[in-house]
Design a protein around this ligand. Structure first.
Ligand code: UD1
Ligand code: CA
Length: 490
């Protein structure tokens, strides 16, 4: 197999998005369209990727740099080259800019196959590019192979013009097409494989004699033909794989289709989705077997779910790691770990850095942040636990607060194992509670509690008899108190 390089066209503005963000930085299935293009490219061309940037490149170039470590992890990609197209004079000109950078990086003319893709076809993947390359190199080896599909409403796309015996002769843009050509339903995806030498020579011969006054990459087809080169089309049945996004309506439509496929993949992998229509799964999410996903669940970022978990309803997990057998109900969580057989929810807010141990519990109306909660320990009700370490098999009483912030600095609370704290305990950090210690209800723990001690705070309770009747006469409370008194006296 010859060397493969990919040029990703990403210099256009995407005016119809009506956005201050370049079009390719909008996301589908938890990944920007640009990142989808980079992943597809890296799947076939590891280190020979050139992104042609222009409009909004102050945002686009950093986005490429942000994605590179992930490409490195998955594909071994060390760098993505970028070429700047100062003015957007058309796709042919953009490719010329990309080729120049590719050759520069190779210290001479790149020889091999150059795949050209765009940054607005989010479902295009490495498998499709691989099939295109296979077709391209099938004997007789083609100089150009264009990826096409037949669609019901081809308006806006370039049309594939073929001879009566099916040979591709040219691509005609919508704006340059006559009525007969407009009736053609086979469209140009804007994705191609080219012989590098042919492409280099052909982009040098392009002109701007067309309706848009641009250098059209599509004209390379005609140039190749007139040089007696083999031109081929690789037509795919699944048109979604090459569907482009030009506005936010198309963005939503493609996101919906992408999600439908990701839900299907999860189900084929052994997860039960009660309602795929209200389940949203990002492309990097991993889901185990015998997972039950209830309606209204969003699994985002690089969330992973183990086997035998129950997730939802109405749960959003972002970059979360959920281990086997855990149950997570009506929860919003990010960047945290939920241990094996742990239970969470309902109405639980898990903020970054939380690690709930095996069989642990974060119950209703609990907020956790940067808290390590050991095996079998429970925070069952109405509690804020932040910046804390809890040992094993401890129980935090209802309505407790880990008071971690003094208005200037954050402090940690450390709680041992087999600790039982009473309801409404305030832990004024920094503070340490030893193994097996208890606290009474309503205790304000300001000082360390030794192992095995009972902590209580506040003096003995005082009842000031008759206070309400004396100080709040005529109120409903005073009347009720008076009636109760009369009852006891009679
Ligand atoms: C292009 C094709 C059309 C095809 C369609 C598929 C041409 C002339 N037409 O049309 O046949 O059906 O894609 O979606 O190639 N870009 C640059 N620099 C430029 C111009 C464009 O980088 O100077 C980039 C854009 O950012 C985009 C891609 O190239 O990613 C396609 O450009 P766009 O203007 O969307 O082309 P279409 O009119 O859709
Ligand atoms: Ca387009």
């Amino acid at each position: 197999m010859t060397d493969v390089a990919v040029i990703i066209l990403a210099a256009g503005q995407g005016t119809r998005m009506k956005s201050s963000r370049p079009k390719m930085l909008h996301s589908v299935a938890g990944r920007t369209m640009l990142a989808h293009a980079l992943h597809a490219a890296a799947g076939v061309a590891k280190n020979n990727i050139v992104a042609v940037v222009g409009h909004g490149r102050d945002q686009v170039v950093p986005a490429i740099e942000d994605e590179t470590p992930k490409l490195n992890q998955v594909f071994g990609t060390e760098r993505v080259l970028t070429a700047v197209q100062e003015e957007q004079n058309g796709t042919g000109h953009a490719v010329a800019c990309g080729l120049e950078e590719l050759d520069r990086a190779h210290g001479g003319a790149f020889e091999g196959t150059v795949v050209v893709t765009t940054s607005d076809v989010p479902m295009l993947n490495a498998d499709t590019l691989r099939d295109l390359l296979t077709e391209h190199t099938t004997s007789p080896r083609a100089s150009v192979t264009v990826l096409t599909a037949t669609i019901a409403s081809p308006t806006g796309y370039g049309r594939i013009v073929r001879t009566s015996d099916g040979e591709v002769t040219s691509i005609v843009e919508e704006k340059d097409a006559d009525e007969a050509q407009k009736a053609i339903t086979e469209i140009n995806s804007g994705v191609y494989a080219f012989d590098a030498a042919l492409l280099r020579s052909a982009v040098g011969q392009l002109d701007t004699n067309n309706a848009q006054g641009e250098f059209y990459l599509t004209d390379v087809i005609g140039i190749a033909r007139s040089n007696d080169k083999v031109v081929r089309a690789h037509r795919i049945d699944d048109a979604h794989l090459i569907a482009g996004v030009n506005d936010r309506v198309q963005l939503a439509a493609i996101a919906k289709e992408f999600n439908r496929r990701l839900c299907e993949k999860a189900m084929r992998g052994g997860a039960t989705l009660i309602d795929p229509d209200t389940t949203f799964i990002d492309v990097e999410v991993e889901i185990g077997q015998d997972v039950l996903i209830q309606p209204g669940t969003q699994l985002r970022g690089c969330t992973s779910i183990g086997n035998n978990c129950e997730i939802g309803p109405d749960t959003t997990l972002i970059d979360m790691e959920v281990h086997d057998g855990a149950s997570v109900v009506r929860t919003h969580g990010s960047l945290s770990v939920i241990g094996k057989d742990a239970t969470v929810g309902p109405y639980t807010f898990i903020r970054p850095g939380t690690e709930l141990g095996e069989r642990g519990k974060l119950g209703g109306f609990v907020e956790a942040k940067n808290a390590q909660i050991g095996r079998g320990s429970k925070v069952p009700h109405l509690t804020y636990i932040g910046d804390a370490t809890v040992g094993e098999e401890s129980n935090i009483g209802a309505s407790s607060v880990f008071v971690n912030y003094d208005g200037v600095n954050k402090h940690r609370t450390t709680i041992g194992s087999y600790v039982r704290t009473g309801s409404d305990t305030m832990f004024i950090a920094p503070v340490t509670v030893g193994d097996g210690a208890y606290s009474g209800a309503g205790t304000v723990i300001r000082d360390d509690v030794p192992a095995g001690a009972l902590a209580v705070s506040g003096g003995p309770q005082r009842n000031i008899e008759g206070w309400v009747e004396k100080k709040r006469p005529g109120t409903p409370a005073a009347d009720a108190a008076k009636k109760a008194q009369e009852k006891t006296e009679s």
